[in-house]
Design a protein around this ligand. Structure first.
Ligand SMILES: [Zn+2]
Ligand SMILES: [Zn+2]
Length: 174
């Protein structure tokens, strides 16, 4: 081995010179293809491969997460009319509660898809109330009060969905 390292070309970009190598597969990678990890630079393939190892969810975790988030989100949305303004404070708590219920039921198994499914289910669970209100709005029943309810429902949907997703995602070990 000489002191000056030989010129390498990125495995994905054959005309880009580089001096980096993936620390796992030793493939030459350019700055664009390199992903920084706590232990050094890695290529995207190796990062994805590692991510898969962390994904421990089994097939039945998906319907389980879906139905739990769906039902709890729906129950929550039924409570919103009584909460009004307090939705702002209670929706994030509801989101965390649902996320914890999903984690408990799936025994903390992980996968990105699982979080997305839980988030989607939360949206679907909150939709019936939202659609019902929209329907009232179209019918023209007490416009202003319906509008406020609609705002709280919309806020609820947005808050629980994002807090469920990020709560679950945040647990993931990098
Ligand atoms: Zn690699
Ligand atoms: Zn490259």
């Amino acid at each position: 081995m000489s002191d000056t390292p030989p010129t390498l070309f990125c495995a994905n970009h054959p005309n880009v010179e580089t001096s980096l190598r993936c620390k796992t597969c030793e493939k030459p990678i350019c700055a664009k293809c390199a992903v920084r990890t706590p232990t050094g630079y890695s290529c995207k393939d190796c990062v994805n491969q590692r991510q898969k190892v962390f994904e421990t969810a089994t097939w039945y975790d998906y319907p389980l997460a879906f139905f739990i988030a769906l039902i709890l989100s729906y129950i929550g949305s039924r409570l919103i009319p009584n909460l009004g303004f307090f939705t702002i404070f209670l929706a994030p708590i509801a989101g965390v509660g649902i996320a914890e219920a999903v984690r408990g039921a799936t025994r903390r198994r992980r996968s990105k898809r699982l979080y997305q499914i839980a988030g989607l289910a939360a949206v679907l669970g909150a939709l019936p109330m939202l659609l019902q209100l929209l329907y009232y709005l179209i019918l023209g029943v007490s416009f202003l009060s319906i509008l406020w309810s609609l705002i709280w429902q919309g806020l609820y949907l947005f808050t629980i969905t994002s807090s469920i997703y990020y709560r679950l995602k945040g647990i993931q070990i990098k």
